[in-house]
Each structure stands twice: as structure tokens, then as C-alpha cells.
Design a protein around this ligand. Structure first.
Ligand code: SF4
Length: 362
């Protein structure tokens, strides 16, 4: 095999088969950076509408830098992994202040920004500026492990470093961005995790896993630990007078920080006394705290399940209608539909509220 031949075959295939994606129609480093940040842990189809909305609202770095964090999170709501959005926002503020609002065309400077890891740095530097850096995401790791029949665990740093070295050797010096995108596209469209379509693969004749019938067991990955399940109970209080729903904003650190949510408690590490129970009984102290004078009828909804990387929330939901005698104290607020659309509501709670509104026609 000659590496140059494989690179040529790959690039020719990419020129024919590449998907027309919004971030591929631009060379704007900021837009490419936004797209690469969104695409971490997110499917292309899901990311497209988020990317378009984000770029319309924050078309350049300075507009993002000047935005309020809550507005950035609101546009990110539903994409998950909100730390990405916060880091992007902080990085935009830094670039705006220290680099005159221009993404630095220097790998080390760019990689030093909040939230920019080796993958993002390689992708943005090569795609936007044509610099000769490899961009190694999960797709590239898989494709490369198969082409070279690498049997080591691809989640290990050593294996990743080895693959990075192999990728660097293949980079065409003047078109690293296209090469990187071609590798990723091959992994996304042809050399998929479960059913690689070797018959349609442009690099089939260079692929050792294919030659040795090993595509089913390469790449090798150590099994992940199962995420921990936790049973929780959320309460949906609906105001009798205007249909607004009681929500609250989470604290500044930890999981889903500063996102909006429905009040909920863990049923495993019970707070004493519990503010409400799974059968809808509400503790009078909590009721008084949030300014509810009286509760009328209530119902229980089906359980909602949400998976995070390391945990699963199984959320029982209780719905109660409430008569209110004073406004709710911070971080609580009574939220109508228009406000909910502009707040950064965590996806699970957005789903629950939408379901309650549909069921109760409120
Ligand atoms: S021949 Fe098959 S396993 Fe090898 S790179 Fe192509 S699709 Fe992947």
C-alpha cells in the first residue's frame, strides 16, 4: 500500500459523496468552531437547526462575547453537555478582548482557550486555516483502527496517540482540512460502528481489518461501566388563575448548572422532611415557602427517563393545581409558555412541561 494513494482515493470519494452541511459552506473560523463544539456528543441532524439558530443570533464572536450566559444556554437547551456552551461563551469573551475578535490562527493559542481540546483545535485550524493538524474524533479513531487493524483498546491514551501519529503521516500538507473531513465523513457514512459498508468503501483495498475479516471486532473498546439509575420525583404546580408553572433555576455549579428545571427531589437520598411525596402530598412548609395558599386537584403522570453520561434519572411526575397568595422567591419563578421558550430549560423538564400542557390543556 502507498499512503498517498489511499489519501487520494479518500479525497476523491469525499469530493463526490460529502454531505452539504451548513458549516461546510463557510470558511469562517468562528462558525466552524461553533459547529465543531456542537457536534461533540451530538448527531449531525440534531445539530443543524441549533447551529442555524445560534449563528443567526450570534453571527460573530463579538455578538457571542457580549451575550448574557442565560441567552447562550437558552439557545443550547436540548443539545445537552451545557459545559460546552459555557466554555465557548467564555472563550469568545477572551478572543474578543485579547485577539480583536479574530480566532487565532495559531494552534497553541487556540488550544489554550476554554473548552478547546486537541480535536477541536485540529479541526478548526485545519478546516478554517488549512494548517496541517490532524483532527481525531470517534469516527476517525474507528476508521483508522480498522484500516491499520489496530487491536489495542482505542479508548486508551496510548492508542489514541499512536493513531494520531498515523494520521499525521497521511495528512496532505496543503489540504489537511479536507482530509480530516473526509476521514470523519467516511466514519459517519460508510465505516460505521455496527455495520461498515466495505463494499462501498473507497479505501477498501488499503484496509487490513477488511482483508482479514476483522471488521466486527476492530476497534476494540473496553466495556463502559453502566450508568447509575436514580429514582426522583418532580412536581408540576400549575397556577389556577393563569396556568403558569412553578420552575426554578439550578445553582452555578454541578450538573445542569444555571439551567431551569421543575422542582424535584431524589427518592433515594430523601430530604427531611420531603417537600412533597410521590402520591402528591405537599409539605406545608415548602408550600408556604413558595407562596402557595391552597392546592386543589392533582394527578400523577407516567415516569420520564433521562440518560446522562454517568447516570440515569427516572423521574416520577406529580401534577398539582395551586392557588397562589404571593410570588415565589428566587430561584423559583412562575413561568408561562413564552418565558419557557426563552429560558434555558433542561431538556427533560421541557419534555415534561410540554406533556403536562398537552394533557391538561394549560
Ligand atoms: S473497508 Fe470496511 S472496515 Fe475498512 S475502512 Fe472501509 S468500511 Fe471501514
Amino acid at each position: 500500500m502507498h499512503d498517498g494513494d489511499m489519501t487520494t482515493a479518500l479525497m476523491e470519494w469525499y469530493a463526490r459523496a460529502r454531505r452539504d452541511l451548513p458549516w461546510r459552506r463557510t470558511h469562517d473560523p468562528y462558525a466552524i468552531w461553533v459547529s465543531e463544539t456542537m457536534l461533540q456528543q451530538t448527531r449531525v441532524d440534531t445539530a443543524i437547526p441549533y447551529f442555524l439558530r445560534f449563528m443567526e443570533r450570534f453571527p460573530h464572536i463579538r455578538s457571542l462575547a457580549h451575550a448574557h450566559e442565560d441567552d447562550v444556554l437558552a439557545l443550547w437547551a436540548g443539545l445537552g453537555y451545557y459545559a460546552r456552551a459555557r466554555a465557548l461563551h467564555r472563550a469568545a469573551q477572551y478572543v474578543s478582548a485579547q485577539h480583536q475578535g479574530v480566532v487565532p490562527a495559531d494552534y497553541a493559542q487556540f488550544a489554550a482557550l476554554p473548552g478547546v481540546g486537541a480535536y477541536t483545535a485540529g479541526a478548526v485550524m485545519s478546516i478554517a486555516y488549512g494548517l496541517p493538524y490532524a483532527a481525531i474524533d470517534a469516527n476517525v479513531l474507528r476508521v483508522c483502527a480498522r484500516i491499520h487493524a489496530i487491536e489495542d483498546d482505542i479508548t486508551r491514551t496510548k492508542t489514541k496517540q499512536y493513531i494520531a501519529q498515523l494520521q499525521r503521516a497521511l495528512l496532505p500538507p496543503h489540504d489537511a482540512g479536507t482530509f480530516n473531513q473526509a476521514m470523519m465523513e467516511l466514519g459517519a457514512l460508510i465505516c460505521t460502528a455496527r455495520s461498515p459498508q466495505c463494499g462501498a468503501c473507497p479505501v477498501r483495498s488499503y484496509c487490513r481489518a477488511h482483508a482479514h475479516g476483522r471488521t466486527g471486532d476492530i476497534p476494540y473498546k473496553k466495556a463502559k461501566k453502566n450508568p447509575r439509575s436514580e429514582r426522583r420525583c418532580a412536581i408540576v404546580c400549575i397556577r389556577e388563575d393563569d396556568g403558569r408553572i412553578l420552575m426554578r433555576q439550578r445553582g452555578a455549579s454541578g450538573l445542569l448548572s444555571r439551567m431551569w428545571e421543575l422542582p424535584h427531589v431524589s427518592l433515594e437520598h430523601e430530604e427531611e422532611p420531603m417537600p412533597w411525596s410521590i402520591d402528591g402530598a405537599i409539605n406545608p412548609q415548602w408550600q408556604e415557602h413558595v407562596g402557595i395558599a391552597r392546592l386543589t386537584h392533582g394527578t400523577a403522570l407516567a415516569m420520564f427517563v433521562h440518560r446522562f453520561t454517568h447516570r440515569i434519572w427516572q423521574m416520577d411526575v406529580v401534577v398539582r393545581h395551586a392557588v397562589v397568595h404571593r410570588d415565589a422567591p428566587s430561584p423559583y419563578a412562575w413561568v408561562d409558555e413564552q418565558q419557557r421558550a426563552s429560558l434555558a430549560v433542561a431538556a427533560l423538564f421541557d419534555r415534561i412541561v410540554a406533556s403536562v400542557r398537552a394533557d391538561h390543556r394549560v
